[in-house]
Design a protein around this ligand. Sequence first.
Ligand SMILES: [Zn+2]
Length: 421
Amino acid sequence: MTGFAVRPDGPARPTVRSSGSLLVDNIGELLTNAPGAEGDPLGLRRDAALLIEDGEVAWVGPARDAPPADRRIDAGGAAVLPGFVDSHAHLVFAGDRAAEFAARMAGEPYTGGGIRTTVGATRAASDGELRATVARLRGEAMRQGTTTIEIKSGYGLTVADEARSLRIAAEFTDDTTFLGAHVVPPEYADRPDDYVGMVCGPMLAAAAPYARWIDVFCERGAFDVDHARAILACGQAVGLGVRVHANQLGPGPGVRLGVELGAASVDHCTHLSDADVDALAATRVDCMCAEGGHTATVATLLPGAEFSTRSPYPDARRLLDAGVTVALATDCNPGSSYTSSMPFCIALAVREMRMTPAEAVWAATAGGAAALRRTDVGRLARGARADLIILDAPSHLHLAYRPGVPLIRQVLHNGVPQCPQ
Ligand SMILES: [Zn+2]
């Protein structure tokens, strides 16, 4: 069945949903992220089955109680989990920066300045070239289990190039983010105030019809806190949700700015003060739901960036112990984290960031959904979108235990099995 997902202020994007009913049974370990028992945020069930109707989860229960269905997938005792939600990716760009990576590995530091290299290549690319790159990376991510992805602009940095970046991104996802304030482009190097005025004025006006979110790179060398606050406030005024690139390269005010503005997520969080952690923890919203609440502002950690820039990893344990909701995402971009692999990020988070495998898998699914303020993805319960992964493994533990191994056997998106691309 083909329908159209129409956003009130954006273009129509075709979606494909399953027709008839489809039963996935003989599931050895099912992660629902719909917790029941105390201390089990993954809502883990054994010997389970899951029924899909009209692209949604219609029923979850013991395999022995499975209802009849038009079609069946035998999971063969494998683990099944929600599709990954990658809440931070920069897929609209041209060129690559492999030489810059090699130079870093030979000892040069990462400063963020290479973003301008990609800006030049992106401006020179045709719409078709940019679209082909997004399609290639979206397919690559899907094959690795990512069923929901956020895509940012930020390599155009002119009114026309930011608008077309978002227009192309909107062909692939509902979660598009306007990042005109990625860096100050070279032609505005001596007059950053003028650039901020342009971002808040004509660029935002051209970008907003294609964007759900607004984001700023709030960092020394990019945008200071006053510029960042002004830009995010302009975005909020036209109805965009707030996200912030914050505290990646050093300590700074970005995280607290995000909290002040009610951001859905502050991303990177590599260099945090106690005040930053306290501010995030204070956004906690307690509820009577099984999860027991979450923080309204999620800390999204992007270990691919620390890997690729050989930098210290963020301390996920400190955030989790303070009660902060944590998401994991790839930060997929050609400069500082050219990976689309959520399993790779899970493995890094467990090995390098003191997360348990259960915490990391939760952060890559339900955590990402929280960072995008979505309740239809990141979990497998009645009414959720039928986005799921069948692993080539008996347990989610294998995602970190067997790093670098292609463990994604099958991906269902809106209940539709995805063909290898
Ligand atoms: Zn980023």
